[in-house]
Ligand binder design. Structure first.
Ligand code: ADP
Ligand code: MG
Length: 516
């Protein structure tokens, strides 16, 4: 599929305008399948429990019930996004797309992304995080549809009062008869799929008065076109009045503690894409994101700078150690910043404090400076850990690049393979001399049959190895020198013979010395 011209192209064969959500029957079939299985299992275990009380049965039954509940919650969440009481706000879809694209950074070597964004000052009015989530789901599918290498093109423009976004992939495509099933909950063709992604996309787009068009050609790729009505000039940024618990004279800290649950909700709502990762991050890195967010917020409002630095360093290290994606951390901290400010606004509103300008700007300085500190230390600690990791990998590779293998008590062999540059030649000199010191070997066979080329500098390093070895009482035997290397040496007027013994091949050397 060509990465350009998707906006005005001829309709593809399998184009379908989808105008309604999946039918009740389809949804029911999905639920029956996904929820009946765990419930049937629970029934079975209850039966077993009647006969014999085993703790194991209770545990399995419980986890099956959890599965069923989880499925139902998922279904509710994606098919009725209005349940999530996210307020509508002016939203720039181009900006949200850019942010979501960042989350797929780890795929850049596999999939090329082409963006064509026009009329990027347009906005729609809606649930920003839900829309963002929808783009995430569409892009995730696009990436998953591309098996090996491919292209994803994303465009943004305005047409007939709608913001139009297309996401086009060069992936597997969708069979024509399956296109009508896309919005159905649980419809999936993936072994690990949930079939909930597109359900969320469809419900969010419809809720915003928009349309979806799907064009697909098997083996060529798929294009999703999303249109959402333009927002006609509203305030770009709005403060948000929340219903929160507040008591006269309440301290800011207590206010945050009392409204902890709402804080968590708002945070997950703001960081939609991290939301799905919370559990995974808890499992992989044993990090409780919500708990830590709380801790950070208390540090922030109390101005505990040193605690923040220590905390950031710790987190940076853990994050790097478990190879967690950085973009999620960024989204998380940005969400945290927004929620904290929302809370501060509401605290002041409820307290009915006529904020003095001085106070406001002091608070702004404190919170934002501290958060910036957190990010700084987090990233420094993250990259230090990664650097350290690289360094130790490099040491390991260095060791592997000079494999000195003992053949007997007094004899070792060093087979050299690949390119030898000055850096590696230096490593070889070091390691060989050290090893002779440690092992007291008397003969070292250096086999060069795996080395195609050596430049003058490298050859002179090798001669140094021979010199150094003989000073330490170790006799060097060179085998398998390739003609190209011999030519270079002739040109230079140097040879190994004066300093070391040479043998045509490694086999010759081995059979001779091992006999001795
Ligand atoms: P899931 O990704 O968990 O399978 P979705 O609702 O996101 O659930 O997608 C449902 C199905 O639609 C996928 O399993 C896949 O077969 C198909 N699909 C969605 N997007 C694409 C795409 N861009 N290319 C090919 N197939 C797709
Ligand atoms: Mg999906």
């Amino acid at each position: 599929m060509q990465p350009n011209g998707h906006l005005n192209q001829e309709p593809k064969k399998n184009e379908i305008h989808l105008s309604q959500l999946a039918s009740v029957g389809q949804v029911a079939a999905g639920i029956a399948h996904e929820v009946r299985n765990p419930l049937t299992a629970v029934k079975g275990f209850l039966q077993l429990l009647r006969e014999k009380h085993e703790e194991r049965y209770v545990e399995i039954a419980q986890s099956e019930l959890d599965n069923a509940l989880h499925t139902l919650e998922n279904l509710l969440q994606v098919s009725k996004p209005d349940l999530e009481d996210e307020p509508s706000q002016p939203t720039n879809l181009a900006v949200e797309l850019e942010a979501v694209l960042q989350l797929f950074q780890d795929q850049i070597y596999r999939v090329q992304v082409i963006t064509r964004f026009e009329k990027t000052d347009a906005s729609v009015y809606g649930k920003r995080n839900q829309l963002k989530k929808a783009f995430f789901n569409l892009l995730k599918n696009a990436y998953e549809a591309i098996e090996d290498k491919g292209v994803i093109s994303v465009s943004h423009t305005v047409m007939n009062g709608y913001v139009m976004v297309t996401i086009e992939d060069s992936g597997a495509g969708i069979p024509k008869d399956k296109i009508v099933l896309l919005s159905t909950p649980f419809f999936t063709t993936k072994s690990q799929g949930t079939g909930m992604g597109l359900t969320q996309v469809f419900s969010v787009v419809y809720e915003h008065g928009g349309h979806i068009k799907v064009e697909s050609e098997e083996g060529l790729g798929t294009t999703f076109t999303i249109s959402i009505p333009l927002d006609q000039g509203r305030q770009k940024y709005e403060v948000n009045k929340l219903h929160m618990e507040f008591q006269e004279g309440q301290e800011l800290r207590d206010f945050f503690e009392k409204n902890k649950k709402m804080f968590e909700e708002k945070l997950l709502q703001e960081a939609v894409n991290v939301k799905d990762k919370v559990e995974e991050i808890q499992t992989i890195g044993n990090i409780n994101l919500l708990h830590n967010a709380h801790k950070l917020v208390l540090f922030l409002i109390e101005g505990r700078k040193h605690d923040i630095i220590v905390f950031a360093k710790e987190e940076g290290k853990i994050w790097a150690k478990h190879a967690l994606t950085l973009s999620f951390k960024l989204e998380w901290i940005h969400a945290l910043r927004r929620v904290v400010w929302g809370f501060l606004y509401n605290y002041d509103r409820l307290k009915d404090s006529v904020l003095v300008r001085e106070h406001f700007y002091t608070q702004e300085k404190q919170i934002n400076e501290l958060l910036d500190q957190f990010l700084n230390y987090f990233f420094i600690s993250y990259s230090q850990y990664k650097d350290e990791l690289l360094r130790s990998h490099r040491e390991m590779v260095e060791d592997l690049s000079v494999p000195i293998i003992p053949l007997s008590e007094s004899m070792c062999i060093l087979p050299l393979i690949g390119t030898i540059d000055t850096y590696r030649a230096n490593t070889i000199v070091d390691k060989v001399i050290n090893q002779i010191g440690v092992s007291r070997m008397q003969r070292l066979i250096i086999d060069l049959s795996g080395v195609a080329y050596m430049d003058t500098a490298v050859i002179s390093h090798l001669l140094k190895v021979i010199d150094g070895s003989s000073i330490m009482g170790c006799h060097v035997v060179i085998t398998g020198v390739r003609p190209e290397i011999v030519k270079t040496m002739l040109k230079l007027g140097v040879s190994f013979e004066q300093k070391a013994e040479t043998k045509g091949t490694l086999q010759q050397a081995l059979s001779e010395y091992l006999r001795m």
